[in-house]
Design a protein around this ligand. Structure first.
Ligand code: BES
Ligand code: MN
Ligand code: ZN
Length: 492
C-alpha cells in the first residue's frame, strides 16, 4: 500500500513529483504566498486570470521551478464556510484521480489551508479526510486485466507526504479504514466462480493469527446444529456450505456479534431471477465481506472490544436437490419456516446465524448487514443503508457513526402488523410477506429470531453496489458499511 508520512517542513522544500495545494473558493489569495514567490507568482496569476477559481473539485496542474517539487496541483475545496469532512474527501479524490492520470508516484500535500478550516468540529484532522477520499477514490479492481489490456492501467501512487504540523494524525487508523474498505471491495468484485463459500472460508482462515480466531463449521456440524433454514439454501449447489466464525476478544465484555449475508451467488433458486442484471448477484455476499474486513481491522488495531463475525456462506442455485417453494424447514431455534420463495434466501441464512449467536455467544448486541431486498435498492438507490432494529439506543449510536463516515443509514419501521404478513398456514412463520413493504417485512422476519437480544439490521442492497462511478469509488462494489462499523466499534 501507498506509504504515508508526515513531515513538518516547508512546502517549498519538500521533494515530490507534485505538490498538492488545496484552496478555498473565497480565499484564493495569500495562502501560499511563500510558495508563490518561489515559483514566480504563477499561483496568483492562475487566480487572477480566472483559470483557477477554487470551486468544488476543480484541479489545475502548474509546472514549477525553484522548489523541491516538479509541479503544483491546485485543488478547489469550494466556499470555506460550506466545507465539510465529506467535501474534503471529494476534493482528495479528485486530486488523486488527476495525479494517477499523469502517472505520478510521489506526492506531497500541504495541510496549511485545511488546518485553518476548523478545529474541534471534526473527529479527525481535515487532511485525514483528504487522504482518505484520495485513496478510496483511486481504488480500481484490476485482478482480471491480462497483458492484452495492461497498457490501460494507471500507475499506483507510491508515497504521500503530508506537509505541516499534523503529527497527531492517526495514520494507523487511516490505513486501516482504507485497506479494510478496499479489501471488502475486492472480495465483492471478484466473480462468483472465484468467490465461492469454500474460497471465502479459506480467505477467512488465512486472516487468522494470535488475536483473531477463525473456525469454520462444515456441513456435518451445521446439520448437527439443526440450522435447517440455512442448509436449505445451499441444497441446489454442488459446493458445500461454510459457516464461518471469527472471534476477536479485545475485552472481557459480552461480544458484539456481526452477521454478514454471504450468498456468493443468488440465482433466486427455483424462484429463479430474470436474466437481466443477474450477473450482479455476485454482490450478494457484500455483507459478509464487510464483517470480515471489519473484524480483521479491529483485531489488527487491537481495539478494546469483544467482537464475533458470523458468515453463513452459501450459493443459491438450482438443481435436482434444490429447495422447493412450499418446503418447510426447521431452524436452530426450533422455529419452523415455510419457504414461500427460494429467492428470499438471505433471511433464511441470517435467521439461523442469529439463532447460533444467541445460543453460543451471549451477545450484548447483534448487527446484521445484508443485501437483503430489491426494495431497498428501489427505495434508496445507491445513497443509503436502510436501518431497522429493536434497540433504539444502538440505532442512535450507529446513526452518529454513520454521519461521521458519511456512510448514511436511514431508519425504517418495524410495525407490529408486519408480523401478520408473515403468518403461515402450516408453519410458525413464512419467509415472504408479499410484495408490499418487503423492505420492512424482511427485517421483521429477522426480528422474530432476535427476540429480546438487542439487534440492528442494515440492508445494504442499494448502497453496496455503485451502478455508476461515484466521487470516491468506481463502478462496482462500494465497500459501504466498513467505515460505518469501524467508526461505531471504535466509539463503543
Ligand atoms: N439478494 C436479493 C436482494 C437484492 C436484489 C439485492 C437486488 C441487491 C439487488 C434477495 O435475496 C432477494 O432476492 N430478495 C427478494 C425477496 C423477495 C422474493 C421476497 C426481493 O427483494 O426481490
Ligand atoms: Mn434472493
Ligand atoms: Zn439474495
Amino acid at each position: 500500500m501507498t506509504r504515508i508520512s508526515i513531515n513538518n517542513i516547508s512546502e517549498t522544500e519538500v521533494r515530490a513529483d507534485v505538490l498538492v495545494l488545496p484552496l478555498c473558493e473565497d480565499r484564493l489569495k495569500g495562502y501560499y504566498s511563500d510558495v508563490d514567490a518561489a515559483v514566480g507568482g504563477i499561483i496568483c496569476r492562475a487566480a487572477e486570470t480566472g483559470d483557477f477559481r477554487g470551486t468544488k473539485g476543480q484541479t489545475m496542474f502548474l509546472s514549477a521551478d525553484n522548489i523541491g517539487s516538479q509541479r503544483l496541483l491546485l485543488v478547489g475545496l469550494g466556499k470555506a464556510d460550506e466545507i465539510t469532512a465529506e467535501r474534503i474527501r471529494l476534493a482528495g479524490s479528485e486530486a488523486f484521480v488527476a495525479i494517477k492520470e499523469l502517472g505520478l508516484a510521489q506526492i506531497a500535500i500541504s495541510a496549511r489551508v485545511m488546518d485553518s478550516l476548523f478545529g474541534s468540529a471534526f473527529r479527525m484532522k481535515p487532511a485525514f479526510y483528504f487522504i482518505e477520499g484520495g485513496l478510496l477514490g483511486s481504488y480500481r479492481f484490476e485482478k482480471y486485466i491480462s497483458k492484452y489490456k495492461k497498457e490501460d492501467l494507471k500507475k499506483e501512487i507510491s508515497s504521500i507526504t503530508l506537509v505541516g504540523d499534523n503529527s497527531d494524525m492517526d495514520i494507523p487508523w487511516l490505513r486501516a479504514v482504507v485497506s479494510a474498505t478496499c479489501f471488502a471491495r475486492d472480495l465483492v468484485n471478484t466473480p462468483s466462480n472465484d468467490m465461492t463459500p469454500p474460497v471465502i472460508a479459506r480467505i477467512a482462515k488465512n486472516l487468522a493469527d494470535t488475536r483473531l480466531k477463525v473456525t469454520v463449521l462444515e456441513k456435518r456440524a451445521i446439520e448437527k446444529e439443526r440450522m435447517g433454514a440455512y442448509l436449505s439454501v445451499t441444497k441446489g449447489s454442488d459446493l458445500p456450505p461454510k459457516f464461518i466464525v471469527a472471534e476477536y476478544k479485545g475485552s472481557k465484555d459480552q461480544p458484539v456479534v456481526l452477521i454478514g449475508k454471504t450468498i456468493t451467488f443468488d440465482s433466486g433458486g427455483l424462484d429463479i431471477k430474470p436474466g437481466d442484471g443477474m450477473e450482479k448477484m455476485k454482490y450478494d455476499m457484500a455483507g459478509g465481506a464487510v464483517v470480515l474486513a471489519v473484524i480483521k481491522a479491529i483485531s489488527d488495531l487491537k481495539l478494546p472490544v469483544h467482537l464475533v463475525a458470523l458468515l453463513p456462506a452459501a450459493e443459491n442455485l438450482i438443481g435436482g436437490n434444490a429447495s422447493r417453494p412450499g418446503d418447510v424447514v426447521t431452524t436452530i431455534t426450533g422455529r419452523t419456516v415455510e419457504i414461500i420463495s427460494t429467492d428470499a434466501e438471505g433471511r433464511l441464512t441470517i435467521a439461523d446465524a442469529i439463532g447460533y449467536a444467541i445460543k453460543y455467544k451471549k451477545p450484548k448486541l447483534i448487527i446484521d448487514i445484508a443485501t437483503l431486498t430489491g426494495a431497498c435498492n428501489f427505495a434508496f438507490g445507491n445513497e443509503s443503508i436502510a436501518m431497522m432494529g429493536n434497540s433504539a439506543e444502538a440505532m442512535d449510536r450507529l446513526k452518529a457513526a454513520s454521519d461521521e463516515a458519511y456512510e448514511r443509514v436511514w431508519p425504517m419501521p418495524l410495525f407490529e402488523e408486519y408480523g401478520d404478513y408473515l403468518k403461515s398456514d402450516i408453519a410458525d412463520i413464512k419467509n415472504v410477506g408479499g410484495r408490499k413493504a418487503s423492505l420492512c417485512s424482511s427485517a421483521y422476519f429477522l426480528k422474530e429470531f432476535a427476540g429480546d437480544t438487542p439487534w440492528v439490521h442494515l440492508d445494504i442492497a442499494g448502497a453496496a453496489w455503485n451502478d455508476t462511478e461515484r466521487p470516491y469509488g468506481p463502478k462496482g462494489a462500494s465497500g459501504i458499511g466498513v467505515r460505518l462499523l469501524l467508526n461505531f466499534l471504535s466509539n463503543n
